[in-house]
Write a protein that binds this ligand. Structure first.
Ligand SMILES: Nc1ncnc2c1ncn2[C@@H]1O[C@H](COP(=O)(O)OP(=O)(O)O)[C@@H](O)[C@H]1O
Ligand SMILES: N[C@@H](CCC(=O)OP(=O)(O)O)C(=O)O
Length: 371
């Protein structure tokens, strides 16, 4: 069987982000499964020994804290989740350090909050640290900084975090390891679903039901968050392989398992990636069809004439979403006006406006179309 170009790219990747979910590292009673963890470490160490650089984005802090804290199930309230993560992250980092030491490999713990990638200055800081760790031959083990992240500033799921980290480190591939061997057209727990081997564009995803965030017992993200994360990575030029942690050896070897998502877009600059995926949007601009075509197809700046409505609380310099007449987010960009200024300008052509208000509402350089 000849491998698709995506799988060949994953197999040949030099710098790889591997994301592993809680369900792959912990027992159903809620404690670390050291045996499965060490099998994963064996596989990662093998790839490093072969000259690869691996960033491990590992979930499992909350789940690993359940048993040591004497809890019987995953806590539902944020404070207890954070307490569990505080206990569990220590156990997780310790287990990785011990396990990688079998191969004389050092691990470095990197705990990130959403702010660390949403704010541009923090983004560059995290980028520098991760690059330095990799350059020094250390295996970075990344997780969300659960103990301090509040509901408002959470990534919420590590699949998204892994996609953002992939871009941050300029990864050649992202491997998402879960408890299911591939993406199916419906939840495989229900039976009768068909496996999807390759995703090369939106057409391959038509009719796929990945659930909302229907996670299994210990995870949080579910398949929908993996699909969303795969989209973030591959539309930014990074191919993705999704499979089970039981298939990790093949995933990091011949890449002949699971579902492969082809890189559909080009690598974005740090600024454009931040604009497209990381920055929080403070408002929404509704566009007419002509403006959608100008912005998305012809890559023009957005002018006041093509805007039909404005929502949100934003100042000039904030990030906003640009919506089509049907409400689809077609682009994101940095708006040049405060929200109060726009209502009197929208729908009017530039030459009808006073000279000081003739500048573009979103300049083409500050605008990224979304697929
Ligand atoms: N279309 C689908 N294809 C594959 N798995 C699906 C699909 N829809 C829902 N799922 C479920 O999503 C689960 C994986 O998500 P999750 O439990 O969050 O994993 P992890 O802890 O590895 O992040 C699988 O166990 C599977 O039952
Ligand atoms: N940061 C959390 C995990 C969040 C998460 O996305 O979990 P999962 O769906 O298992 O990848 C933790 O370490 O428990």
């Amino acid at each position: 069987m000849s491998l698709s170009a995506t799988r060949q790219a994953v197999a040949a990747a030099q710098r790889i982000v591997v994301k592993v979910g809680s369900s792959s590292l912990t027992t159903t009673e809620g404690g670390l499964d050291s045996e499965r963890l060490s099998v994963l470490v064996d596989t990662v160490a093998k790839r490093v020994a072969a000259g690869g650089q691996v960033v491990l984005v590992s979930s499992g802090a909350i789940a690993a804290g359940i048993a040591p804290m004497g809890l019987r199930r995953r806590p539902k309230d944020l404070a207890t989740q954070q307490a569990a993560a505080s206990v569990g992250q220590l156990a997780l980092a310790h287990a990785y350090a011990e396990s990688f030491a079998r191969f004389d490999l050092t691990v470095g713990q990197v705990l990130l909050t959403a702010d660390d990638v949403v704010r541009r200055s923090n983004y560059r800081n995290a980028q520098r640290t991760l690059n330095r760790l990799l350059g020094l031959g250390v295996v970075p083990v990344v997780n969300e900084n659960d103990t301090v992240a509040t509901t408002e500033i959470r990534f919420g799921d590590n699949d998204r975090l892994a996609a953002l980290v992939s871009h941050l480190v300029g990864a050649d591939a992202l491997i998402l390891l879960s408890d299911v061997d591939a993406l199916y057209d419906g939840d495989p727990r229900k039976g009768g679903s068909k496996v999807i081997r390759e995703v090369t564009g939106a057409a391959d995803m038509a009719g796929v039901d990945a659930g909302s965030s229907g996670a299994s017992g210990l995870g949080t993200g579910g398949m929908a968050s993996k699909v969303a994360a795969a989209k973030v990575a591959c539309t930014s030029g990074i191919p993705v392989l999704l499979t089970s942690s039981a298939n990790a050896e093949s995933a990091l070897g011949a890449a002949d398992v699971g579902t492969a998502f082809a890189a559909t877009g080009n690598r974005l600059s740090a600024r454009r990636f931040w604009l497209a995926h990381a920055a929080g949007a403070n408002g929404r601009l509704w566009l007419d069809d002509g403006a959608v075509a100008a912005v998305v197809k012809r890559r023009r700046s957005l002018l006041a004439a093509g805007i039909t409505a404005v929502e949100g609380a934003f100042d000039g310099g904030d990030v906003v979403e640009l919506l089509s007449p049907t409400g689809k987010v077609v682009a994101r960009g940095v708006v040049a006006y405060d929200v109060e200024e726009l209502p009197t300008l929208i729908g009017r052509s530039t030459h009808d406006l006073p000279p000081e208000q003739r500048r573009e509402v979103v300049h083409a350089d500050d605008l990224v179309p979304m697929r």
